[in-house]
Design a protein around this ligand. Sequence first.
Ligand SMILES: [Zn+2]
Length: 297
Amino acid sequence: MNVKISAESSFRKKYEKASCFFLKTAKDVLNGKAIENFEIHQKVIIESFKSNNFNAEYNCEICRDTGKINGKVCDCVKTNIRKKLFENFDHSTPKGDFENFDLNFYSSESLGEEFKNNDFVLSERIIMEKNLDFCIKYAKNFSSISPNILMAGQTGTGKTHLSLSTARKVVSRGFSTIYISAPEMVSELEKERFTNNFKSEFELFNCKLLILDDLGSEFITKFSASTVYNIINSRLVKRMPTIINTNLKMKDIEKKYNEKDESGTTGARIVSRLIGEYKRLDFIGRDIRQQKLRTCI
Ligand SMILES: [Zn+2]
């Protein structure tokens, strides 16, 4: 009995190591580059399978747990990697799913002439239904050529919820995804500047989908303004999709970032990218958090 427990604990340790390795090399495998490290992969995969079930002959009958079939990476490896990516994202990110996005918080009353679309007068609810539908399709079909999205509107209108739901679906399909608020991002990057360890910076520039929440709510300095611009611009140049949420109007973004910049152009450059290269979704409605509070009282 004791022997089995210690065997289990040793396998568990190896499994934990294997999990880390999986995450580090996940991108390579999904991009078809993992063949170079294949020998190590093979060992890691076999250890992982064994630690799940000592008695099983093979967990994957197709590749017999070698992770390779006809010179290609077997689907079981990709499935495992997707699972690991999702678990990692799920543990470190706030909840939010398409299923619990509640359209009942948005009024069906007509918004008047200003919001007329092809002779059809819109309501908050119609606009939000369209946004929800757009995000569901975006997440389902996400690929490296998907457009960038700008979610604009006041606090509490559902931007964070919809972008988190999109992220969760995209990561479950195996794309490395980072969801981060602008204040968190700036503080993380400042820390890295002092420790000379640029792990987060690398990921922000290279993940398949970046979701930057609450742009403009961070404390803006010369450093943060140029960093935000560099990330937005570099991802555009490399054609890597980004979703940005903001409560601010474009003219306020321009003013806020320009103020911290000697040349006075960073704000204008950020706004020109957001207008020219992002698909804009407008979020309207009354603050959902306030509505929920009132319901509780
Ligand atoms: Zn397999």
